[in-house]
Write a protein that binds this ligand. Structure first.
Ligand code: BTN
Length: 283
């Protein structure tokens, strides 16, 4: 790799994306070691859950060019154009005991935002619980799934989707999605982006595994959209309206209602209000 420190790695013009290319860029201690590259999968989360049951080590990453049954949060589909984006999952083996699990997905969001910053004209932002945004549009998402019984968590699979080189978005996400290429203005080498993201994820994930999340949650709050603002939160029980005042140590969203009461929300989607229109230009 070449380039000034802190600048994005030099980008391959033809986006070669395979295990060898990822290996050339990878500078991590443990994440992505081993790395499995698939041309297609139902869902990389499913493939990695299976490998975990067969004894795969913590840090294993599975990436696929195409997913036929990609999943999003809350039962949604995750559909992206094959061969243009990143869809991958990583395996963790924490020693956590239910029911109190640390807010791993927030830590992952912080790592993603930091890892992608070199390619974005403005810092990536986060929306509770784990949407990755740029310019108010969705750039990626995180789906954490775990295998656990009442006494212990056996393993955790973190699935991550990042829109990289896709230019057009249609259907439900038509007006609300973006990609690194749209923001950066040029196509990117996915191997370089994946390696940078894995490197940026190691610190925040280690903090979550070691129960040292305080500074990471402060970073999350600094990167978050909607904190201090009036929002609507779609929860599994219905919609809640109020001012999002912050998150707590468990990653719950704290929402203050019109009567001044504070509620802790553990699951849902934040809907942000309309973005202010840019000031008029010219006379
Ligand atoms: C969301 O924003 O709803 C979360 C999207 C997570 C998508 C990723 S793509 C890789 C992994 N495999 C899946 O089936 N889902 C996650």
């Amino acid at each position: 790799m070449s380039g000034a420190p802190g600048s994005p790695p030099e980008l391959a013009p033809d986006d070669v994306f395979d295990a060898e290319a990822v290996g050339r860029y990878l500078r991590t201690q443990w994440l992505g070691r081993p790395y499995h590259h698939l041309s297609d999968a139902t869902s990389t989360n499913d493939v990695l859950m299976r490998l975990a049951q067969e004894g795969a080590p913590a840090g294993t990453v599975v990436a696929a060019e195409t997913q036929t049954q990609g999943r999003g949060r809350r039962g949604r589909c995750w559909q992206t154009e094959p061969g243009r984006n990143l869809t991958f999952s990583l395996l963790l083996r924490p020693s956590w005991r239910p029911p109190t699990l640390p807010p791993l997905s927030l830590a992952v969001g912080v790592g993603l935002a930091q890892g992608l910053t070199p390619w974005l004209p403005q810092p990536a932002r986060l929306k509770w619980p784990n949407d990755l945004l740029c310019g108010g549009r969705k750039l990626g998402g995180v789906l954490v799934e775990l295998a656990a019984d009442t006494r212990e968590v056996r393993h955790v699979v973190v699935g991550i989707g990042i829109n990289v080189n896709q230019l057009e978005f249609s259907g439900e996400v038509g007006g609300t999605a973006t990609s690194l290429r749209r923001e950066h203005g040029a196509p990117l080498a996915r191997a370089a982006v994946l390696a940078a993201v894995l490197a940026a994820l190691e610190g925040p994930i280690e903090a979550a595994l070691g129960d040292r999340l305080g500074p990471v949650l402060e970073q999350w709050t600094a990167l978050a959209e909607g904190i201090g603002q009036a929002v609507v939160v779609m929860t599994p029980q219905g919609s809640e309206t109020g001012v999002a005042v912050g998150i707590d140590a468990q990653g719950a969203l704290l929402l203050r209602d019109a009567q001044g009461r504070e509620r802790r929300l553990l699951a849902g989607d934040v809907l942000l209000g309309p973005r202010p229109a840019p000031p008029p230009t010219g006379g």
